[in-house]
Design a protein around this ligand. Structure first.
Ligand SMILES: [Fe+2]
Length: 391
């Protein structure tokens, strides 16, 4: 198939934030939002010898998931993570925006293609934990984007791979072809590695909410991550990177008080990423500590959205609603803040774009004036389906 670039993004696979208070955020995303912990990584052993460990605080990063991907959400301790990489980036709390592409060959060919175009490549290889083959690049303002193939899948037993299988880590782009994962598992068995020795993401059983027939620890289930929003200095330059380099397509544009926004999609969803002029951050009253805008999390249905907001309010959260210009393609949505002040936007349905080119008029659903007990079913398909059971 002839394409404009040697890779094609299929979906937003996972996403990561760097936080000041890693334990509080881990608790919030697990206990309040229901993410499961699939693995942890301690940056303590990689700190420079002269690091002020007391000032750095927590050094453990966490990999969380809502489904079968090894991780869909990553929480790293910002001070320790920055110290390990010898960077000081105030405002940069995005640690990765991660896109699934079509094959390992696409990842491998992307490494050279991106470098040839002057894109700043951070590194390429294969990370453990998670097992995904990848290349990391920076957008024009320093947000890390990752392209990957083949993330480890977590099954019904909640087990991640044992650390003894992490030997297949790669710090450089791989030569192709590589053995299939099934071969790696057979090799591990032959070496006597205990496949059940990995971390388990099974949570305690305090499931008291009847969620449309299933008992869960909270009255909703996060079934998808994204879209991601960024506040950028130069919207046009960022748009050029995400369209011309990464291949996303513009679905719609909006403006609020003269400040532009652009909405970009990777597949049929109205958008997986939105770019907003930096001044909008203060117009909206969002936290000035980060260039990251609202983080979208999709719950399974409208009833769960209402119940989620009530549940989070009961846990002390303040619920707010973004103006329509900031959530084109999403009618019912509301936001809460995580412990670091990042905005999390919950919704249950995003408009789907059936074919390219996209409709020219923005799908503006207007203000959320109230939360009726029933709403009209959204028009059109609902997008990526959640594959497994909710709990
Ligand atoms: Fe990643």
């Amino acid at each position: 198939v002839r394409r404009a670039r040697p890779f094609a993004i299929q979906r937003l696979g996972h996403f990561g934030i760097s936080v000041q208070d890693a334990p509080a955020n881990l608790d919030f995303y697990r206990r309040q939002l229901g993410f499961r912990l699939s693995d942890q990584i301690d940056f303590g052993g990689r700190l420079p010898a002269d690091a002020d460990r007391a000032a750095l605080g927590a050094t453990v990063g966490s990999f969380l998931t809502h489904g079968s991907d090894h991780h869909s959400y990553v929480i790293f301790p910002k001070r320790a993570f920055d110290a390990v990489r010898a960077v000081d980036e105030p405002g940069m709390t995005v640690n990765q925006i991660t896109w699934q592409v079509g094959s390992l060959e696409e990842v491998r060919r992307a490494v050279d293609w991106l470098a040839d175009r002057g894109v700043r490549v951070m590194r390429a290889g294969r990370d453990m934990p998670g097992s995904n083959w990848h290349v990391y690049v920076f957008d024009p303002e320093g947000h890390v984007n990752e392209l990957y193939y083949g993330i480890e899948q977590i099954g019904w037993d909640g087990r991640s791979k044992p650390t003894a299988m992490h030997a297949r880590v790669f710090r450089e782009p791989p030569d192709l072809p590589q053995p299939a994962e099934a071969s790696e598992v057979r090799d591990a068995l032959a070496k006597g590695i205990d496949l059940a020795a990995g971390h388990t993401s099974l949570e305690g059983d305090d499931a008291t909410f009847d969620v449309q027939g299933i008992l869960l620890p909270r009255p909703f289930k996060v079934v998808a991550i994204g879209p991601i929003a960024l506040f950028v200095e130069d919207v046009a330059a960022a748009e050029a990177f995400y369209t011309e380099v990464l291949g996303l397509e513009v679905t719609a544009r909006s403006a609020l008080e003269g400040h532009p926004s652009v909405f970009l999609r990777a597949g049929t969803e109205h958008h997986s990423l939105s770019l907003h002029a930096r001044p909008l951050r203060s117009v909206l009253g969002l936290s000035e500590h980060t260039t990251l805008g609202p983080i979208g999390l999709r719950v399974a249905n409208y009833r769960q959205l209402r119940d989620a907001l009530a549940f989070l309010e009961g846990g002390g959260a303040t619920v707010s609603v973004l103006p329509p210009a900031l959530r084109l393609g999403i009618e019912w949505a509301a936001c809460v803040r995580d412990p670091d002040g990042h905005t999390v936007q919950l919704y249950f349905h995003m408009d789907q774009v059936a074919a390219s080119p996209a409709p020219t008029s923005p799908v503006d659903h207007g203000p959320v004036a109230s939360w009726p007990s029933t709403v009209a079913a959204p028009v059109g398909p609902s997008g990526e389906a959640f594959l497994g059971p909710w709990g």
